[in-house]
Design a protein around this ligand. Structure first.
Ligand code: 0O2
Length: 244
């Protein structure tokens, strides 16, 4: 039994090493891995920028505007599929030219205002170049999907080179994220028929969740107004006491 296995493995390796394209394939793979490293570093850069912004805004807002930051690198299978679907050549240059979402960073915020505050603050940074902005919060997708999408270019500094790399950023509220994750799970569930009825129900849920966001935003504004009023009253009382 063991001997058969070794013979089989030997045959496979033999075929593998005798492939005349092996060396070329190996070099290509190394270039692919290097490209993926650029995307990974760009992802780290953007994550750090958001963490810094979150810290910077915290004292002013009296809370942390970011609920979570998640990043992902597209898998080789998914890259290949996306190039095929778009009718693009399956090459490294084509990946760089035609795909904008190899590196993806998703930022979830508590309130809609925070989404725009953070996006604007990031885009004001002079090393960030905006390539594309899709505002699915102001203009939701027909299925109800809401999120602010930005494609940016960020420089990364490596030991002996500087590269400019594209990153896709999705900013959304916790409610939008909750809806999008469940919708994604349901839509791509294997051996399950996604009916129009379900799509309609999901759309209704998206509308409800948007209303929830708006109500929470209004509540937050009321709390801020009351807090500022209390603060102003306190300052006035202190001034009057000093005058007396
Ligand atoms: P994954 O696995 O999340 O990366 P493009 O990427 O530009 O070719 P498109 O559709 O023009 O394709 O871009 P768009 O509208 O900016 O959407 C890109 C990403 O947004 C998707 O990536 C999803 O992550 C998310 N998204 C867009 N629409 C929906 C939606 O209706 N429901 C959910 N749950 N997510 C959505 P990928 O590549 O599809 O997947």
């Amino acid at each position: 039994m063991q001997e058969t296995k070794i013979v089989e493995e030997h045959d496979i390796m033999q075929t593998f090493f005798e492939e005349e394209d092996y060396e070329r394939a190996r070099k290509y793979l190394a270039r692919f891995e290097k490209l993926m490293t650029y995307y990974k570093c760009a992802m780290f850069e953007i994550e750090t920028k958001f963490r810094v912004l979150s810290e910077a805004f915290s004292p002013q807002l009296d809370r942390n505007p970011i609920n979570s930051i998640k990043s992902r690198l597209k898998t080789p299978e998914s890259i290949q599929q996306k190039l095929k679907n778009g009718g693009y050549p399956i090459t490294l240059d084509s990946i760089e030219q035609n795909l904008n979402d190899i590196a993806g960073v998703r930022v979830t915020c508590s309130f809609i205002d925070d989404v725009y505050t953070l996006a604007d603050a990031l885009l004001r940074q002079d090393d960030i170049t905006l390539i594309e902005r899709k505002d699915y919060i102001k203009n939701p997708k027909p299925n109800g999907y809401r999120s602010l999408h930005l494609i940016v270019i960020v420089p990364i500094f490596l030991p002996d080179e500087k590269q400019y790399v594209k990153v896709e950023i999705q900013l959304r509220t916790i409610a939008m994220d909750f809806w999008a994750s469940l919708e994604h799970q349901l839509k791509y569930k294997k051996n399950f028929e996604y009916t129009q009825e379900m799509a309609d129900e999901l759309f209704t849920c998206a509308e409800m969740s948007a209303q929830l966001d708006e109500r929470m935003d209004r509540l937050r504004s009321d709390v801020i107004c009351e807090h500022e009023q209390d603060f102003d009253d306190g300052e006035q009382e202190a001034q009057e006491a000093t005058d007396e």
